[in-house]
Design a protein around this ligand. Structure first.
Ligand code: ATP
Ligand code: MG
Length: 576
């Protein structure tokens, strides 16, 4: 397809320059399924969605939208023991937040249990399935290996009548868990182990979160999935590569049951991100063992965690579109995701001044009782964002790191006898350093301001290199700021075997008594800002005007890249 074609197909979160689109183009040209395109996103409700699922969501909804089709949301809830209703609502919220809509097409595999059962009966009647009394261990033993064929079950040649009777009695609850299974009758010598009489149904006396105690036999994923796709009229069933070897079984079932216009399974490479765990099971363990505060801990790669951290849906969609869709597994750098977060927030987040580690500055020649206001733009990237007034007075706070008693080379910020620009206000000069007599710590700077430099420019044209941010002590609001960093120290969280050993002990630093300009005093949870020179921050859901809490979404630059490059002089942090 030419570039024009791609442009006309472009959908947020989906870049149609991929092999799946090529397959769809061919299918549509050939009139397969009447030219219809219908996909599905099929989460198992056994945990919260993570960034890997975002890739699948963007792909499935994107493919549908780009081809005038539809995408269903389907809960793959065939395993009653692992699934919980709580997760269903969380998943819906996350998909919606990411910007996708399934209209009235939210389905559950459990809705199809009756039809799946009928189809199982049909397979038995057609001599394509049988009830097997081997234990799970015996079945595994007899399955063979990649180099050896499997052995046929002694129950393989039961009569249709006996199979029907036993399967009905399985359903009626006559047998305990694990006593019998229903197996497809395919080929124990197949080169594909998935085709060696796979299990279709097992006995499980367990309540299901939707069907209650109605069933005590449950279909296996490999049986339920293709048939759920068929019931919903799915045309392209997009899944991750580990299902490639299951595709012959997928096709076999559709063929035996003579499904018209059968869905086509297409596999793509799952998303792997450095420093990131993308397995619900692993993430659940982090929650259960208390390594994080919950599924929506801002360090979690869950959509709810990223939302709470301040990531935007657009940033995640842009990332998913950028990484594309391939057929071979690879690992994407977390820095790439952060790049898209910065890019989006740079356009949209209002700038504010916040002092995270305050150092008091008294302007000794500034009147005690005066408050001035300075107009400062809200977002230099977006003139439409307007400006705001920031109060200025005799006593201010600046960052502790913006002062050095003995400045190193290339340090252009405040030091004894040096002049610096207070962003948008005046040039000030450090005249005196006040220390705590006991500890020797610098507790206050006594400075003079130059009244001729209102707005930050000196009429005599003298050059002042450093510009630092500040807040007026009298007007500032207190805040708690949570600085989040990578959850894992190693690129591969599983390096060495156990990801818990690779957790970053410094993934969260909590700063209390931070001083923020008063314009954010009423900021609602979820609001996002750029704290000048610090990074992007998001108001936490537990924040209130009485106790503001900000979560750091991402720093302004990739500080890890900087650390590993071992830059020597401290960065001149002037970002205007
Ligand atoms: P997990 O191991 O995290 O539980 P899963 O594949 O079992 O993942 P599902 O709820 O079954 O989770 O996934 C729903 C859909 O999302 C499936 O189509 C699955 O292939 C896809 N998916 C899951 N993880 C990723 C990933 N890392 N990258 C891309 N797609 C993914
Ligand atoms: Mg799964």
């Amino acid at each position: 397809m030419g570039i024009q074609g791609w442009l006309s197909l472009s959908v947020q979160g989906y870049n149609p320059a991929n092999f799946i689109q090529d397959i769809i183009d061919q299918d549509r040209a050939a009139g397969r399924c009447g030219g219809r395109v219908q996909t599905r996103f099929p989460p198992e409700p056994n945990g919260y969605l993570h960034i890997g699922h975002a890739k699948s969501i963007c792909l499935n909804f994107g493919v549908a939208a780009a081809n005038g089709g539809l995408c269903n949301l389907r809960f793959d809830d065939t395993n009653p023991t692992k699934e919980e209703g709580e997760y269903v609502e969380a998943i819906k919220e996350d998909v919606r937040w990411l910007g996708f809509d399934w209209d009235d097409r939210c389905f559950h595999a459990s809705d199809y249990f009756d039809q799946l059962y009928k189809w199982a009966i049909q397979l038995i009647e057609d001599g394509k399935a049988y009830v097997c009394d081997l234990t799970a261990d015996e079945i595994r033993e007899q399955r063979g290996t990649l180099t050896e064929p499997g052995r046929e079950s002694p129950y393989r040649n039961r009569s249709v009548e006996e199979n029907l009777d036993l399967f009905r009695r399985m359903r009626a609850g006559e047998f305990p868990d694990g006593a019998r299974v229903l197996r497809a009758k395919i080929d124990m010598a197949s080169g594909n182990i998935n085709m060696r009489d796979p299990v279709l149904y097992r006995i499980l006396h367990a309540e299901h979160h939707r069907t209650g105690a109605q069933w005590c036999i449950y279909p296996m994923y490999d049986y339920a999935h293709p048939l759920s796709d068929a019931i919903e009229g799915i045309t392209h069933s997009i899944c991750t590569l580990e299902f490639e070897d299951h595709r012959p079984l997928y096709d076999w079932l559709l063929e035996q049951l003579k499904i018209p216009d059968p869905p086509k399974q297409i596999e793509f490479a799952r998303l792997n991100l450095t420093h990131t765990l993308t397995s619900k099971r692993g993430l659940r363990r982090l929650v259960q063992e208390g390594h994080v505060s919950g599924w929506d801990d801002p360090r979690m790669p869950t959509l709810s965690g990223m939302r709470r951290r301040g990531y935007t849906p657009a940033a995640i969609r842009n990332f998913c579109s950028d990484i594309g869709v391939a057929k071979t597994n690879s690992v994407v750098s977390l820095a790439q995701l952060e790049h898209f977060v910065r890019e989006d927030l740079n356009r949209t987040a209002p700038r504010v001044m916040a002092v995270l580690r305050p150092l008091k500055v008294v302007l000794v020649n500034y009147p005690e009782d005066v408050t001035e206001e300075f107009t400062i733009e809200n977002n230099p990237e977006d003139p439409a964002a307007g400006s705001r007034l920031i109060p200025f007075s005799r006593t201010l706070y600046i960052e502790q790191e913006d002062f050095m008693e003995e400045p190193v080379p290339k340090y252009f910020r405040l030091a004894p006898g040096r002049e610096v620009r207070l962003k948008g206000a005046y040039l000030v000069k450090c005249e005196e350093v006040v220390k705590d007599p006991e500890t020797g710590r610098v507790v206050e700077l006594r400075c003079t301001y130059d009244p001729e430099t209102r707005g930050g420019e000196a009429p005599d044209g003298r050059k002042v290199k450093g510009t630092i941010h500040w807040v007026s002590a009298r007007h500032a609001v207190d805040a708690t700021v949570r600085l989040y960093d990578k959850l894992f120290l190693t690129e591969d969280p599983n390096e060495g075997g156990d990801f818990v050993a690779n957790l970053n002990p410094n993934s969260l630093e909590v700063l209390n008594g931070c001083k923020v300009e008063p314009s954010v005093s009423q900021a609602a949870p979820g609001s996002r800002y750029q704290f000048l020179r610090h990074g992007y921050f998001c108001v936490d859901r537990d924040s209130s005007p009485e106790a503001l809490i900000f979560n750091r979404t991402v720093t302004l630059k990739d500080t890890w890249a900087k650390v590993s490059a071992r830059s020597e002089a401290p960065d001149d942090l002037v970002h205007q």
